[in-house]
Write a protein that binds this ligand. Structure first.
Ligand SMILES: C[S@@+](CC[C@H](N)C(=O)[O-])C[C@H]1O[C@@H](n2cnc3c(N)ncnc32)[C@H](O)[C@@H]1O
Length: 190
């Protein structure tokens, strides 16, 4: 599963799905969702994607469950925008939901269900991914275009969340997700 901390993103019932960047860089979230859930063959049935949208007064968490997402439903930014707009309008959407939940609450929930060895914070200065034996289920936390605040990084460290690196190059959020998927796709099932 993937968690994106989207520091400025927000959704509205009248969301213009062709201008996601103007909703606190909701386009970053949409591309991350596509990277997490979509393949050329259709949605990944084994993946959950969470985006914590912190751009409005009360943070909300959007959850996408790959096994419930209909085929080709999340193949473009506009399609993700349509789903987000429907959720903001209170409509029910297969495989997707939105709840009031902030980043720390979500991380604590994942920590208690997965345990500290299966939750990773993605950062250039972490342990190189080639040195870590990844088993599933696992959760990977990523920042958006602005990264994650120092204080929150420290909080993750204090919780015992391990830092995982894809090397010294700073990649876009969605590219990190694709990279992690590629590693997991080749990993033996543990
Ligand atoms: C576009 S980057 C954030 C850039 C931001 N300006 C910063 O300095 O943190 C988005 C996220 O991708 C992840 N990321 C980017 N490059 C990475 C790398 N080489 N290894 C691990 N995670 C990486 C981090 O979680 C980061 O917050």
């Amino acid at each position: 599963m993937f968690v994106v901390k989207a520091s400025s993103a927000f959704v509205k019932p009248d969301l213009n799905i062709k201008a996601l960047a103007s909703y606190g860089r909701l386009d970053v979230v949409a591309r991350a969702a596509i990277a997490a859930l979509s393949t050329r063959r259709g949605p990944r049935p084994d993946t959950v994607f969470y985006a914590v949208l912190e751009g409005s007064t009360k943070p909300v968490t959007v959850e996408f469950r790959g096994w419930e997402v209909p085929g080709r439903a999340l193949a473009s930014e506009a399609q993700v925008g349509e789903v987000l707009r429907a959720l903001a309008r209170g409509m029910s959407v297969p495989g997707a939901s939105i709840v009031e939940c902030d980043f720390k609450r979500l991380v604590l929930r994942l920590l208690s269900s997965l345990g500290p060895t299966r939750i990773f914070y993605m950062h250039e200065h972490g342990v190189d991914i080639s040195q870590v034996e990844l088993g599933e289920p696992a959760a990977f936390i990523l920042g958006d275009h602005k990264g994650v605040e120092r204080s929150v990084e420290q909080w993750l460290k204090d919780l015992g969340v391990r830092w995982l690196s894809l090397g010294p190059t700073p990649y876009f959020t969605e590219h990190c997700i694709t990279y992690v998927h590629a590693v997991l796709d080749r990993a033996p099932v543990v």
